[in-house]
Ligand binder design. Structure first.
Ligand code: SF4
Length: 208
């Protein structure tokens, strides 16, 4: 299998529309599989093999057949996500419940965002995106209500987990509200930084 950097470039070169932000996000999450914890080494966790094959054919119609087959095999052999150790299924449900449309791309993206949340960097970095701004565009287009709820511009992973706690009526925060909380810098600090090294070539190509 190609390195994350090469696979990302390969996918973008094979995209039906390489300037489409959803396609760029899907390519980044697929290419970043090797950077995630082993239990989330599927190209996109939560999708069945046939659904994933349909995604590849739709988003990356010019992908060479051997790369297509290798990714399918990786999707098939990867562990299935379980909700016993983390919140993957809850995150997926949160996103899916806020979809703007009942379309396959929203499902693919919900799975992709949930998969990327299992890594340790800023969400936009773990999705292989060139900027946090592009993540906002992607979320706004598929999950506009959820995007709008983050009016305080919380860090995206923190925001999703706060939503899960609120849904479950779990009061994990020590302060009664964010405005008086000592942990505010942790939840609302800037999500700046550079794209992960594995995605730098694609980010540079987008800015060329
Ligand atoms: S700022 Fe404090 S109250 Fe708000 S989500 Fe973070 S930890 Fe919870």
């Amino acid at each position: 299998m190609a390195s994350p950097a090469n696979l990302n470039l390969q996918l973008l070169a094979a995209a039906g529309d390489p300037s489409d932000v959803t396609t760029i996000a899907l390519a980044g999450v697929i290419a970043g599989a090797a950077l995630r914890p082993a239990e989330y080494s599927a190209p996109i966790a939560g999708l069945g093999v046939e659904e994933f094959a349909w995604l590849l054919e739709s988003e990356f119609p010019y992908l060479e057949w051997d790369a297509h087959l290798a990714l399918r095999a990786q999707q098939k052999s990867a562990p299935r996500p379980s909700n016993s150790l983390d919140e993957f299924s809850d995150l997926l449900a949160l996103l899916w419940d806020h979809r703007a449309e009942d379309d396959t791309r929203s499902l693919w993206l919900a799975c992709a965002v949930s998969t990327a949340c299992m890594s340790a960097n800023h969400l936009w970095q773990d999705m292989g995106l060139p900027s946090r701004h592009m993540l906002g565009e992607v979320l706004q287009s598929h999950f506009p209500v959820l995007h709008g709820l983050n009016s305080g511009d919380m860090k995206w992973k923190k925001f999703f987990y706060k939503q899960l706690c609120d849904r479950a009526e779990v009061h994990a925060c020590r302060a009664p509200s964010c405005t008086v909380c000592n942990d505010r810098p942790t939840c609302f600090g800037p999500e700046d930084g550079l794209p992960l090294a594995a995605f730098a070539p694609a980010a540079m190509a987008m800015h060329a």
